[in-house]
Write a protein that binds this ligand. Structure first.
Ligand code: ASP
Length: 426
C-alpha cells in the first residue's frame, strides 16, 4: 500500500489534494452548521495555517529565485556576440510573443469575467491601490538602491539589477569566474529549495481549497471553471492562431507541416510540465524540420529560460480573475503594468513545474492585488501547468524557425519534406 502511494507523482498528489480539499470544503459548507468549529477552528485556524503557510513558503522563494535565475540566464548568453544578430532578434521575438500572449489573456478574461460573482472581500480583507501612473512605473524600474529593492521584493528593479549583473558577468567571463560560479550554484540551491517546498503543495492546496469552498460553497466552482476556460482559450489562440499567423506572415512556411512534426514535443511538455526537460527533444524535432542546430542549440535553451508565453497567459487571466473577484477595476496604466510585469515574470520563470505560480506573486504585487487570491487558483494549477508548458515550448520553436528563416539557417527543402534531414547541419 505504502509503496503504491509512493509511486503517485507530485502532480497527481496535487490533483488529489485539490479534489479532497474541494469535497471537504463543500461538506463543511453544507453540513457543518456549528460556526465555532467550522469558522473559528477549521477555516480560520487549521486551513488558514496550512494554506497561508504554504503561500508564505512560496513567497519566500520569489525574490532569490527570480534574481538568481535572471543573473544566470543572462550571464549564460555569452554567445550573444558570436551569434550576432540571432541573439538580439531572438530575444526581441520572444518578448514580442509574450507581450501578445498576456494581452490576449487580459482581453479574454475581460470578456468572460471569470472572477465576477466571487466575493473575495468576504474571505480576505485587504487594501488595494490602483493609482499607479505609467511614468511612475517606468521610473520604478530603475533601482536607486538594489538592496532595498531585494529586501522589499520590488521585482522590476530586482530584475533590471539582475540583468545588469548578468551582462557584466558575460562580458568579464574568466575574470569573474568565482562570482559567476557563486550565482550559478545559488541558482541551483534555489531550484532545489523550490523542489522541496513544492512537496508540500498537495497539503497547501488541500487547505486552500477546503477553506475557499467551506466559505463559498458550490458558488465558488463557477468562477473557477470560467478561469480554467479563459486560460485554455488563451492558450489555444496563442498556439493555433498567433503562432501559425506569425509563421505564415514572417516566413510563408506551412504551419501544418510544423505541427505534424512538433506535436510529439507538445505532448512531452504537456506530460512533464517542464520546458527544461523538453529542450533536447525540441532541438531534435527542429533539426528534423531543417533548422540549423547551431541556432536551435542556442535559442531553445534560451527560450526555455526566458520565453514563457503560456505562463504569461495564465498570469494575465489570474490577474483579471483576482481583480474581478475583489471588485477592483484595473485602469489602463495598471493593465500596462501587468503586461510589462508578466513579460518580465516570463523571463524570471524557470522552465520547471509550477514556477509560473511563484512568479505570479510579482505580477499581483505590481498592481497591489492581494496574493492570497492565488490560493484559489492554485488548486487547479497543475492541470493548467501541463497545457501552458506545451504552449511555452511551441513558442520557443516557432520563434526559432522565424529567426532561422531570417538568418538563412533553415533548409527549406527539409522543412517542406523534399529532402531528409541530416543529423548535423552543413
Ligand atoms: N512549467 C512551466 C514550464 O516549464 C513553467 C510554469 O509556468 O510554471 O515551462
Amino acid at each position: 500500500m505504502i509503496s503504491k502511494l509512493k509511486k503517485i507523482s507530485l502532480g497527481n498528489w496535487m490533483i488529489i489534494g485539490m479534489i479532497l480539499g474541494f469535497i471537504t470544503g463543500l461538506l463543511l459548507n453544507f453540513y457543518l452548521k456549528d460556526p465555532f468549529i467550522k469558522d473559528i477552528i477549521l477555516i480560520n485556524n487549521v486551513f488558514y495555517l496550512g494554506g497561508n503557510g504554504f503561500i508564505k513558503l512560496m513567497k519566500m522563494l520569489v525574490v532569490p529565485l527570480v534574481f538568481f535565475s535572471i543573473v544566470v540566464g543572462v550571464a549564460s548568453i555569452s554567445d550573444i556576440k558570436k551569434i550576432g544578430k540571432i541573439g538580439g532578434r531572438t530575444i526581441l521575438i520572444y518578448l514580442l510573443t509574450t507581450g501578445i500572449a498576456v494581452t490576449i489573456a487580459l482581453l479574454i478574461a475581460g470578456i468572460i469575467k471569470p472572477g465576477e460573482g466571487l466575493n473575495m472581500v468576504a474571505i480576505v480583507k485587504t487594501n488595494i491601490t490602483t493609482n499607479i501612473t505609467a511614468t511612475d512605473t517606468v521610473l520604478s524600474i530603475i533601482p536607486d538602491n538594489p538592496f532595498n529593492a531585494l529586501a522589499n521584493g520590488d521585482m522590476l528593479p530586482v530584475i533590471i539589477f539582475g540583468v545588469i549583473i548578468g551582462v557584466i558577468l558575460a562580458k568579464l567571463r574568466e575574470e569573474t569566474k568565482l562570482v559567476n560560479d557563486f550565482f550559478t550554484q545559488s541558482n541551483t540551491v534555489m531550484m532545489e529549495m523550490t523542489r522541496i517546498i513544492m512537496k508540500f503543495a498537495p497539503i497547501g492546496i488541500f487547505c486552500l481549497m477546503a477553506k475557499t469552498f467551506a466559505s463559498l460553497g458550490f458558488e465558488g466552482l463557477i468562477p473557477l471553471t470560467k478561469y480554467v476556460i479563459c486560460v485554455l482559450i488563451g492558450l489555444a489562440i496563442q498556439a493555433f492562431v498567433v503562432y501559425p499567423s506569425l509563421l505564415v506572415i514572417l516566413t510563408r512556411l506551412n504551419p501544418i507541416r510544423f505541427f505534424k512534426k512538433f506535436i510529439s514535443v507538445m505532448f512531452f511538455a504537456f506530460s512533464s510540465s517542464t520546458s527544461n526537460a523538453t529542450i533536447p527533444l525540441n532541438i531534435e524535432k527542429l533539426t528534423e524540420l531543417g533548422v540549423s542546430r547551431e541556432v536551435s542549440s542556442f535559442t531553445i535553451p534560451l527560450g526555455a529560460t526566458i520565453n514563457m508565453d503560456g505562463t504569461a497567459i495564465m498570469q494575465g487571466c489570474a490577474v483579471m480573475f483576482a481583480s474581478q473577484a475583489y471588485g477592483m477595476d484595473l485602469g489602463t496604466s495598471a493593465l500596462l503594468t501587468v503586461i510589462f510585469t508578466a513579460v518580465m515574470a516570463s523571463i524570471g520563470t524557470a522552465g520547471v513545474p509550477s514556477v509560473g505560480l511563484i512568479t505570479l506573486n510579482m505580477v499581483f504585487n505590481s498592481v497591489g492585488l492581494p496574493v492570497e487570491a492565488i490560493g484559489i487558483i492554485m488548486g487547479i494549477d497543475h492541470l493548467l501547468d501541463m497545457f501552458r508548458t506545451a504552449v511555452n515550448v511551441t513558442g520557443d520553436a516557432i520563434c526559432t524557425i522565424i529567426v532561422s528563416f531570417k538568418n538563412k539557417a533553415i533548409d527549406l527543402d527539409i522543412f517542406n519534406g523534399k529532402k531528409e534531414a541530416q543529423d548535423t547541419w552543413d
